[in-house]
Design a binder for this molecule. Structure first.
Ligand code: SF4
Length: 419
């Protein structure tokens, strides 16, 4: 067993964490064949610790399955190709893979006419970007320059536990900066005690939609009768700031979240006429965001697109996974979950899953094919886009995996799909 572990038992390996869109590269992993498996080193993060606990110190010995019965990889790939090729309208979802996996997925989607979608969270920002454009910041810019950080909700800390540290809000980053947190006080309590921060919590004015609409009006100099005094004061503070950044969790936005993203874009656009401001959206996962980038550069269109008989079609509403499933508009699902083991496929349709070994039991039923795949950043190298969308980070394997990569499996399926 120890021969497959790249890291020395007591040493730490260079590592980029793939388990949330921050892609922290200041931590490392220690692999111990005799101990409890993979362990985080050089810092802490509850989400990374939980994700590492789902991996052993050595590659998993999980077999592929067809209809819940174990089989060899070749048989599973052949069955997957048959299932996808038999579908009149395949849907590719999950999309939790790296750049190489997304490139292979795009080729298979073109060959099969599949619709590809990674969920609502990604589309909130995408639709606002398509309609109005946007201003964004990198994590480094926020850490180095922002003197006012507005957190729209506390969900961003749940998605990305090290967010405060990565934005320069933890530790002693030097220079005083003001942080305004909307919603419950938990996040503000997390930030309390840092002497370089002035932290305050504000309640929503009714709800998030109303709050950002109101703030956009106030920042633009319009009157809003009944607007809370604290919100008017925040509008003034945003104008007075040298560099204000508004941070939110895209995957946690309520229905019609694109309107929230668009209102934040208006606030930032107004401020940029006289000072400097940006928005930073924390995505739900690095895999889906990476797939969106890859599909856009390969086809010119983002996810929720289809390469079919009518050419390339993009429909951010009709090509939503939930809607397609509710309307029985798709008849086979290919589900990719190579990074997040807690992401089971949401359907009883004929199913092909390329997933973490922990997903195998969820696929044990008739009409399913399960193929275990390597997790980039654990068993194989790879690349993922960080949440700020402009930084592509390399992933380093902790051990040499015996499982195939998503891209390898997809390429072999594509070679067998005859159309
Ligand atoms: S914050 Fe995200 S990327 Fe950073 S260590 Fe935690 S799970 Fe990994």
């Amino acid at each position: 067993m120890t021969t497959t572990i790249a890291a020395a038992e007591t040493g730490a390996v260079r590592w980029t964490c793939p388990f949330c869109p921050l892609l922290c590269d200041h931590l490392s992993v220690q692999a111990s064949a005799s101990g409890p498996g993979l362990q985080l080193a050089g810092g802490d993060c509850a989400r990374a610790r939980a994700a590492l606990a789902r991996h052993g110190a050595a590659p998993a010995g999980v077999a592929a399955r067809v209809d819940g019965v174990e089989c060899d990889l070749d048989s599973a790939i052949a069955a997957a190709a048959r299932l996808i090729a038999a579908g009149r309208q395949p849907l590719f979802g999950g999309l939790d893979t790296d750049v190489a996996g997304a490139r292979s997925l795009y080729r298979l989607a073109c060959r099969t006419g599949a619709i590809c979608d990674a969920g609502e969270g990604l589309m909130h920002g995408q639709r606002a970007l398509q309609d109005r454009g946007g201003y964004t910041a990198t994590l480094t810019e926020v850490r180095a320059r922002a003197d006012l950080v507005v957190l729209l909700d506390t969900a961003a800390f749940d998605v990305a536990p090290n967010l405060a540290e990565r934005l320069g809000l933890g530790g002693d980053a030097g220079g005083t900066r003001r942080v305004v947190v909307f919603g419950p006080g938990g996040a503000a309590a997390t930030l309390a005690g840092h002497t370089h921060l002035q932290v305050e919590t504000l309640p929503y004015a009714t709800d998030l939609h109303t709050t950002v609409a109101m703030l956009a009006a106030l920042v633009a100099g319009r009157r809003w009768p009944g607007a809370p005094v604290a919100l008017a004061a925040l509008a003034e503070a945003l104008h007075a700031a040298r560099y204000a950044v508004i941070v939110g969790a895209a995957g946690s936005l309520p229905a019609h979240g694109a309107l929230v993203v668009e209102a934040v874009g208006r606030i930032v656009g107004t401020l940029n006429a006289t000072t400097r401001a940006a928005a930073l959206w924390i995505g739900a996962g690095a895999g889906p965001a990476t797939a969106n980038q890859v599909f856009t550069w390969l086809s010119g269109l983002p996810l929720r697109s289809r390469a079919g008989p009518r050419g390339l079609e993009h429909d951010p509403v009709c090509h939503a996974t939930a809607r397609l499933l509710d309307d029985d508009a798709v008849d086979v699902l290919l589900w990719i979950a190579s990074i997040d083991a807690a992401a089971p496929p949401p359907t009883s349709l004929p199913l092909v899953v390329l997933g973490h070994p922990a997903l195998a039991p969820a696929c044990d039923r008739a009409g399913s094919v399960y193929i275990p795949v390597s997790t980039p950043g654990i068993g194989s190298a790879g690349h993922l886009f960080r949440t700020d969308g402009v930084v592509l980070l390399p992933l380093f394997p902790v051990y040499a995996d015996t499982l195939p990569r998503v891209s390898d499996v997809l390429d072999r399926i594509a070679a067998r799909v005859g159309r």
